[in-house]
Design a protein around this ligand. Structure first.
Ligand code: SAM
Ligand code: SF4
Length: 335
């Protein structure tokens, strides 16, 4: 591709609201080894046929095509990305793509400790680990499986290895109301970010009640003292706070109460190859179909650039619009 052509596609990574889109979250599977109550039903979900899931080569091709348009960061998620066969090989292939500067993973941590050496060797540099409770009984109640120790081992291993570690907890009134306070304490000794994500009314999440950010912050200040709001660090949607004597930061991601759509820089790719423009809406394009029908790189780029122009200005959680809203569950979208 000539320089001029490259530049015109880089421009096309802007959406119609002037936002630069340089971040792709890739769901590599919708299978999972946990059953978090707000995410997946206990009986699991109907299996997507193997042939319908993007192959490693197809995922790498899409990431490569988008890197040619200005993509800089890729995050693998799921379902649980560490249950996907050959995930390390996928990381290695993505790491080799020129232009992709950051390779991250969002995981429940169950298989992290055992897989960490191969993952870091393949190029992983950031890891977000989801953990909703430190009390073993509460963990099992939320996650449906007694795997707390494995998750703690994963966190310890990632931290010891020097990876940038962020912990994510979804506070839910009916499931883990006392855990956010205890989890926040994990940032006291270790330089890790502990973040609290507002429950979104997607899939199983519709059956539960999230705990508002203000309430959590108040609880934490009662125990850990006054929190200092930190200036925006230019990375992602979290608002961070510092507590005196804490090595790490406490963050709040509040898509419902504090919309951050104006700064949105992301697209999502589902395991079946649908490029999603916004978490809330089902709109998007079927890249798998294009790929399997033999589209050339420039045709893929054109289709992606056109889709980007349809990226909505903002989500509309709270508005009932079955026609346009996403009906998939979070394990299918990737969170
Ligand atoms: N299995 C991996 C994990 O749990 O980190 C990756 C996929 S999971 C869908 C990604 C994130 O989405 C997790 O932090 C999970 O807690 C969060 N999540 C799932 N359902 C949610 C919901 N309804 N609202 C907010 N966050 C949700
Ligand atoms: Fe699995 Fe992650 Fe959903 Fe929990 S949140 S059920 S770990 S995909």
């Amino acid at each position: 591709m000539c320089e001029e052509e490259k530049e015109s596609f880089t421009d096309k990574m802007k959406d119609s609201y002037g936002r630069t889109i340089d971040y792709l979250r890739i769901s590599v599977t919708d299978k999972c080894n946990l059953r978090c109550k707000y995410c997946m039903p206990e009986e699991g979900v109907p299996c997507v046929a193997h042939k319908d899931v993007l192959t490693l080569e197809e995922i790498t091709r899409i990431a490569g095509v988008m890197a040619g348009m200005g993509l800089k960061k890729v995050r693998l998620t799921g379902g649980e990305p560490l249950v996907r066969k050959n995930i390390t090989e996928l990381l290695r292939q993505l790491h080799a793509i020129p232009g992709i500067e950051h390779l991250a993973l969002t995981t429940n941590g169950v298989r992290l400790a055992e897989m960490l050496p191969e993952l870091t060797e393949a190029g992983l540099d950031h890891v977000n680990i989801s953990i909703d409770a430190l009390d073993p009984a509460v963990f099992e109640r939320v996650a449906g499986r007694a795997h707390l120790q494995e998750v703690l081992d994963g966190i310890a291993a990632a931290y010891a290895k020097g990876l940038k570690v962020k912990l994510n907890c979804v506070p839910v009134r009916e499931l883990n109301p006392d855990e956010p306070l205890r989890l926040a304490g994990m940032a006291k000794e270790r330089k890790i970010d502990v973040r609290f994500i507002e429950l979104m009314p997607i899939g199983q999440g519709r059956q539960f009640t999230g705990i508002p950010t203000e309430e959590l912050l108040r609880q934490m200040e009662e125990v850990y003292g006054k929190a200092e709001a930190l200036p925006y660090d230019g990375e992602g949607p979290a608002q961070y706070y510092a507590f005196a004597g804490f090595a790490g930061r406490i963050g709040f991601i509040s898509p419902i109460s504090h919309k951050f759509c104006a700064e949105c820089n992301r697209l999502r790719l589902t395991a079946e190859g649908r490029l999603k423009l916004c978490l809330y809406y089902k709109d998007g394009i079927d890249l798998r179909e294009l790929l399997r029908n033999g589209a050339e790189d420039n045709q893929l780029q054109e289709a992606i650039a056109q889709a980007l122009l349809q990226k909505p200005k903002e989500h509309a959680f709270g508005v009932k619009d079955r026609e346009r809203t996403e009906q998939r569950r979070m394990n299918q979208i990737g969170g």
